[in-house]
Design a protein around this ligand. Structure first.
Ligand SMILES: Cc1ncc(COP(=O)(O)O)c(C=O)c1O
Length: 381
């Protein structure tokens, strides 16, 4: 993949090695421009810039881009304001009573909290599978599924450890959970933008991806795929004027829903960021998701190879990894090391999570960024 020309869209990369897409991705200039233009138009023009027909259709472009990203129909996509909002909305829309929810012990809090919250109110058991050496063994997840299991919920790629569940593993979980009438919910915020995703082939019931990490988009939106057969059955937990088939009928006496995944969209929102996400998905698809995957994988592979040869480094991320590589330091304070790396003449930006260094390269990173990081880490250690 040729990324030279592309770097002009990310001016920050001229002065910083930005290795932090797992936290916040850099937004390309054309997306910032589009999103800002729309925000300005709306602020200045009110209904002159956004008439009723335009507001009705305002998510359609994002829905179509989301469908191309997930390989599904546009009508299967619902637009939310964040991944956490979508996870909560679906969790509260499901009938979990007297059942079991399975997740893992290495999830981001928003993945497990909605179910733990429901378990405070209803008789629901939440089982979190313990990682072995930071890795979630897929067989343990499969063995935990029993006739009481209503939902398995996990991240496609884990935010902390960088473990990626490969397609066959996801399909195995889907098959097992469907056999007993349960659902598979996947949080793809750490996967969408560089992993090719085919929700139908994976046979997931719900797949959610937020905007501001690997999708290189502003904050304030997430897209969710809802399988048709499930969508028809669910009562949305959150409802409002946009939930209905005709949002301008203002029939407050009677609640009815749109016939597609649109029924989960309940209110107005920051429309400019939704259009921004549509633009960024288009941007990423133009480069090619498979090309981005190969580019990111190459960088993470180089990083892993280099780190193995550094004595004080303890790699957490398993072999089945995504575009995240996480490691600890023996006999060194990671906070001090991180500070030194951030204070370099050409600073290196990344995240510390639970005392571990988490490196997350994306399309705007080069081999030189990785080698600069490794060289300086070696020196500091
Ligand atoms: C796996 C995962 N899910 C959810 C979130 C939070 O997403 P949002 O801010 O869109 O609610 C994060 C943020 O790091 C995450 O890593």
């Amino acid at each position: 993949m040729e990324i030279k020309g592309l770097l002009d869209d990310f001016p920050t990369t001229k002065t910083v090695d930005y290795l932090n897409a797992a936290s916040i991705g850099l937004v390309p200039n054309p997306v910032i421009k589009r999103s800002t233009e729309i925000e300005t138009e709306l602020a200045k023009g009110g209904t002159l810039a956004l008439d009723e027909e335009k507001e009705t259709l305002i998510y359609d472009g994002l829905r179509e881009e989301g469908a191309k990203l997930f390989s599904c129909d546009a009508e299967d996509i619902a637009i939310f304001n964040s991944t956490t909002e979508a996870l909560n909305c679906f969790a509260w829309s499901l009938d979990l009573k007297d059942g079991k929810v399975i997740s893992t012990g290495v999830e981001f809090p928003s993945v497990t909290y909605p179910w733990l919250r429901i378990a405070r109110k209803e008789n629901v058991k939440v089982k979190l599978i313990t990682a072995e050496n930071w890795r979630i063994p897929i067989d343990v997840v499969l063995n935990e599924i029993d006739e009481n299991t209503r939902v398995v919920v996990l991240s496609h790629a884990e935010y902390l450890t960088g473990q990626k569940f490969d397609n066959d593993d996801i399909k195995k979980i889907a098959k097992r959970i469907h056999e007993i009438g349960g659902l598979l919910v996947v949080d793809g915020i750490q996967a969408a933008g560089y992993l090719p995703i085919n929700v139908r082939e994976l046979d997931v019931d719900i797949y959610i991806a937020g905007s501001y990490k690997w999708l290189l988009s502003p904050f304030g939106t997430a897209i969710a795929y809802v399988a048709k057969k499930l969508c028809d059955k669910l009562e949305p937990a959150l409802v409002g004027w946009r939930s209905t088939e005709d949002m301008w009928n203002f029939n407050a006496q009677e609640l009815s829903y749109a016939s597609t995944s649109r029924k989960f969209e309940y209110s107005s929102s920051a429309y400019s960021v939704k259009l921004g996400l549509a633009e960024s998905i288009k941007y990423l698809r133009n480069i090619g998701i498979k090309n981005i995957h190969d580019h990111n994988k190459k960088l993470v592979d180089i990083l892993a190879e280099e780190l193995i040869s550094i004595e004080n480094v303890d790699i957490v991320t398993p072999e089945d990894r995504c575009s995240i590589l996480t490691f600890g330091l023996k006999d060194k304070d990671s906070k001090i090391v991180a500070k030194e790396l951030r204070n370099l003449k050409r600073p290196i930006e990344f995240s510390l999570r639970l005392g571990l260094l988490r490196i997350a390269p994306h399309i705007y990173n080069t081999e030189a960024d990785i080698l600069h990081f490794v060289e300086n880490l070696r020196e500091i250690l």
